[in-house]
Design a protein around this ligand. Structure first.
Ligand code: CTP
Ligand SMILES: C[C@](O)(CO)[C@H](O)COP(=O)(O)O
Length: 239
């Protein structure tokens, strides 16, 4: 594939509060490796990914204990107060004329097949990029909270063309950098790169990805991720 170099940018500076663990969730282990190591190894082992930039919290005490922290293919930058700022700090380490493949550290079940499919947008007419996503499968309810704190259904949301945004999210580095600067300056709530690009009027390609590419967020996600990773390992062993 001939195109400007592709860099993976991994926001890994969160504290994992919803996981309620004794450490940031990216340092919980599955099959003897931390979630972060699973994610980094998947990214750097893809033939089209040139280098990995990782955003680590300045107060992180775990990362330096991992052998991967010394990897020559890894650049470490300081994480920010939110995910968007962590990503922005990562982008600052990239050449303007490159592609940024932004992927959550907390998504270790990403497959090479999905990375390759997403990279296909580079040859499309988008020129700005796209994201992996998965169609919503459940009926979606909008909730309201009663005075006593209980939740009631307000109404059912139309789920036609409703998708879960996943990561990686792949964008031209210079365009994404500018979109994040504009969005952060405008005080926008930016929970993914696509929302910053959309706010600037850019077309974002939606690519259906494997729903096994879950974000480990709450305790129940851990055994599910362990299952998906074991399935991946058994498929690789059969090749
Ligand atoms: N200031 C932050 C916050 C989050 N992240 C990263 O963004 C990804 C997705 O965020 P999320 O799942 O919300 O992680 P946390 O913020 O750690 O989780 P929580 O909201 O439960 O605290 C994670 O890999 C997380 O490490 C980051 O790099 N910098
Ligand atoms: C980027 C993301 O994973 C896409 O679904 C999601 O927006 C991250 O949100 P979080 O609140 O930072 O987990």
């Amino acid at each position: 594939m001939n195109h400007p170099e592709i860099y993976a940018v991994v926001p890994a500076a969160g504290i994992g509060s919803r996981m309620q663990a004794d450490r940031p969730k990216q340092y919980l282990t599955i099959a003897g490796k931390t979630i972060l190591e699973h994610t980094l190894e998947t990214l750097i082992s893809h033939p089209d990914i040139h280098r990995v930039i990782i955003a680590i919290s300045p107060s992180d005490e775990y990362f330096s204990t991992l052998p991967v922290s010394q990897a020559q293919w890894l650049t470490v930058v300081a994480g920010g107060h939110d995910r968007a700022t962590s990503v922005q700090n990562g982008l600052a380490a990239l050449p303007e004329q490159s592609w940024a493949l932004v992927h959550d550290a907390a998504r270790p079940c990403l497959s090479h097949a999905d990375i390759t499919t997403l990279l296909g947008v580079i040859s499309d007419d988008t020129q700005t990029g796209g994201i992996l996503a998965s169609p919503v499968r459940d009926t979606m309810k909008r909730a309201t909270k009663t005075g006593s704190g209980a939740l009631n259904v307000s109404h059912t949301e139309c789920r036609d063309n409703l998708w879960h945004a996943l990561t990686p999210q792949l964008f031209n580095t210079g365009v994404l950098r500018n979109a994040l600067v504009q969005g952060i300056a405008a005080g926008a709530t930016i929970t993914d790169e696509a929302s910053a690009m959309e706010a600037q009027g850019h077309q974002v390609r939606l690519i259906e990805g494997n729903p096994a590419n879950i974000k480990i967020t709450r305790p129940a996600d851990l055994p599910l991720a362990a299952f998906y990773l074991s399935e991946q390992a058994s498929k690789q062993n059969k090749r």
